[in-house]
Design a protein around this ligand. Structure first.
Ligand SMILES: Cc1cc2nc3c(=O)[nH]c(=O)nc-3n(C[C@H](O)[C@H](O)[C@H](O)COP(=O)(O)OP(=O)(O)OC[C@H]3O[C@@H](n4cnc5c(N)ncnc54)[C@H](O)[C@@H]3O)c2cc1C
Length: 320
């Protein structure tokens, strides 16, 4: 089963990269040791939100590109993406985020603020049903001639002979696969409940807050967040944390207190001082890295994937 490009990883970074390469005419195979539905990407909330990622200038560019693609995809049936109105609010005075103008953010009127909040921004941004969106990406990859194979690599050296182009999108496992001690897992847990009739998103964005509190409504369920636990690789949900998430969200939106729980989700954010988007030459193989997106992997996905595809194109044009 030869390929002109192998992408390691079937999370949002790997699948988006694979789609960009396949749609540029390459024969692409995604090798992954977990099916897309069992990745961190499938566990994410998930909203477009350039959350704490570095380097700032590139993050701004990558998130702008992604915003534009996700906005276009929101009109594609089955993509799992909707543009949703809502607010980010803070318990202390705060400034408009730098990306506010991209999503038409305006200051909340006092009547729009929840109890205990003193400032906030109303805007419209893409909200993504991640399990469905990952299925959409796999379908789009297949349509472009690509495929997904379940396979585990013990080391990147084992992947290099597989194709002239190899892209490493292994998320938090890049700590082991790429021997990158800078990568740390930041565990996140979410609770999914039946939707009691909520139509707008809410996110507590108090600077320096210890807890994450957010409410992301999909048509039949609401994703409630969340936690952020550094250097914790545990994938089993914790019952006490789940109760605390529901309690915090219900304090903001009381109709959630009695909503039936349908699922618990856990994912490992691939935290790093900055995203690693880099290339290396190994004999006949071009190896690219695309990992370390922390809590913003969806938000950066199209910007990073297009940059990988552009670097591959440039390398192929200049190689003898
Ligand atoms: C609770 C939570 C909420 C979040 N909310 C948001 C949000 O609202 N917006 C946002 O933008 N981001 C959000 N994130 C962050 C986002 O989920 C991540 O940044 C993103 O999923 C990372 O994607 P990835 O494809 O790089 O990694 P992953 O999804 O972890 O995928 C890694 C892939 O690599 C494969 N792999 C790893 N090692 C190997 C190996 N040795 N051999 C073969 N395959 C391998 C895995 O099987 C997997 O397929 C959230 C994260 C969490 C946990």
């Amino acid at each position: 089963m030869s390929a002109s490009a192998v992408v390691i990883g079937a999370g949002v970074s790997g699948l988006t990269t694979a789609v960009c390469l396949a749609e540029s005419g390459m024969d692409v195979r995604v090798d992954t040791d977990r099916p897309p539905g069992a990745t961190t990407s499938a566990a994410a909330g998930a909203m477009w939100d350039p959350y704490l990622a570095e380097p700032r200038d590139l993050v701004e560019r990558w998130s702008r590109v992604t915003l534009s693609v996700l906005t276009e995809l929101s009109s594609v049936t089955g993509s799992g993406i909707r543009l949703l109105d809502g607010t980010q609010q803070s318990r202390i005075p705060c400034e408009l985020p730098t990306w506010g103008p991209l999503v038409g953010a305006r200051r909340c009127a006092p009547g729009e603020l929840r109890d205990g909040f003193v400032a906030g921004w109303r805007y419209r941004a893409p909200l993504v049903d991640m399990p469905r969106y990952l299925r959409y990406l796999v379908d789009r990859l297949t349509e472009a001639g690509g495929r997904v194979r379940e396979h585990h690599y013990d080391s990147l050296d084992d992947a290099l002979p597989e194709a002239p182009v190899v892209v490493n999108c292994s998320g938090s496992d890049a700590r082991f696969l790429a021997a990158d001690a800078e990568v740390e897992a930041v565990r996140g847990q979410l609770v999914v409940v039946e939707n009691p009739g909520i139509h707008r998103f809410f996110c507590d964005d108090t600077p320096g807050a210890e807890d994450l509190t957010y409410i992301y409504p999909h048509p039949d369920v609401v994703v409630l967040g969340g936690t952020s636990d550094r250097d914790n690789w545990e994938l089993r949900p914790d019952r006490a944390e789940a109760e605390e998430i529901v309690r915090r969200c219900a304090a903001v939106e009381p109709s959630l207190a009695k909503a039936r729980i349908v699922e618990h989700r856990v994912g490992l954010r691939p935290a790093r001082s900055s995203v690693r988007l880099a290339e290396e030459r190994h004999a006949d193989t071009l190896l690219l890295h695309n990992y370390g997106h922390g809590g913003a992997g969806l938000t950066l996905s199209w910007g990073c994937a297009r940059e990988v595809a552009e670097r591959v194109r440039a390398a192929r044009v200049t190689s003898p």
